[in-house]
Write a protein that binds this ligand. Structure first.
Ligand SMILES: Nc1ncnc2c1ncn2[C@@H]1O[C@H](COP(=O)(O)OP(=O)(O)OP(=O)(O)O)[C@@H](O)[C@H]1O
Length: 293
């Protein structure tokens, strides 16, 4: 089956600065994918490349098996800050959507606006942040895309609006088969809606895979202090912390952990993401991940 997104050594440079580098990644069909990483990691850059809004500086990118610029009508993109036209009414947005998109589903758009209780005559500038986000999501869904890309769609929303937004997204994906890739700093939200995860740090993909598989193969080991070179070769060290007497590792392995010296505990998705983010050199570390629950 053609992957939703396939990147090979993909890179994007702004001037002399690389925003994305050596990005090799495959997102299979049929997933809601969460893209997570600290500020400046390259998430928006990757999403804009996938939406055909930027061109790569190096490497290769296929979306739904094609060059992104050639399939704009098959991909919906809701940019950061859920952009809408302040001077246009909700109804005007739907009219514009219908005019611009050959696959526009007017019934879906109107039903969703009615369900949300939005007044079609209301100007977008008078909508709350949550209502604007819902309008932008409606425009994205009514395009009937095969892939919907959402760049931090819930960043500015309060917890209730976030829940309603994500609920709406989950209902839409349950009703129709389309892929979703969304970026967020809010891992707890991603945990609720995503079944595939990509962690991007310092412009590089650190890990990508199905959430269940990632949670099943990553473990925290705690026990008497031990150097990493004394761990079995099938245990890939993601992060390590040591005190004089104790070591705590986050490791990835497909094999059972049989060493009785270790206390083995499972990770939450947030633990897993933070473990990959901890691997960054301390000097370049920026606070970027909120862990709201
Ligand atoms: N138009 C641009 N010109 C120059 N540099 C840019 C431009 N857009 C992004 N960058 C740089 O590229 C890097 C990656 O930016 P990007 O917006 O992709 O990160 P991000 O992971 O989406 O960050 P955030 O979580 O803060 O939204 C950053 O260092 C940023 O400063």
């Amino acid at each position: 089956m053609t992957p939703v997104l396939q990147a090979r050594e993909l890179g994007k440079r702004y001037g002399r600065r690389w925003a994305l580098r050596d990005c090799t990644l495959e997102i299979p069909k049929g997933h809601v994918t969460g893209l997570v990483g600290p500020n400046g990691a390259g998430k928006t850059t990757l999403l804009k490349l996938a939406a055909g809004q930027l061109t790569p500086s190096e490497g290769d990118l296929r979306v739904l098996g094609e060059e992104p610029e050639s399939i704009l009508s098959r991909v919906g993109f809701v940019a950061q800050d859920t952009p809408v036209y302040a001077g246009l009414s909700v109804g005007d947005h739907l009219t514009l959507g219908a005019r611009l998109n050959p696959t526009w589903d007017a019934r879906l758009a109107e039903d969703r606006i009615a369900q949300l209780g939005l007044d079609p005559r209301q100007k977008a500038r008078r909508l709350s942040g949550g209502e604007r986000a819902q309008l932008a999501l409606t425009l994205g869904l009514a395009k009937r895309p095969e892939l919907l890309i959402l760049d931090e769609p819930v960043a500015s929303l309060d917890p209730l609006a976030r829940r309603e937004f994500l609920q709406g997204l989950m209902e839409a994906t349950a009703a129709d088969e389309f892929g979703v890739v969304l970026s967020s700093h809010l891992v707890a939200d991603l945990e609720r809606v995503c079944d595939f995860l990509v962690v991007l740090v310092d412009s590089r993909v650190q890990v990508a895979g199905e959430v269940d598989e990632l949670l099943g193969t990553h473990h925290r080991l705690t026990g008497p202090r031990r150097d990493p070179d004394r761990l079995p070769s099938n245990q890939y060290v993601v992060s390590a912390r040591h005190t004089d007497r104790q070591s705590t590792y986050v490791i990835r392995t497909d094999e059972p952990i049989l060493d009785p010296a270790w206390v083995v505990t499972p990770l939450t998705l947030e633990d897993l993401v933070l473990a990959y983010m901890e691997r960054r050199p301390a000097a370049g570390r920026r606070a970027g991940l909120e862990a709201l629950r």
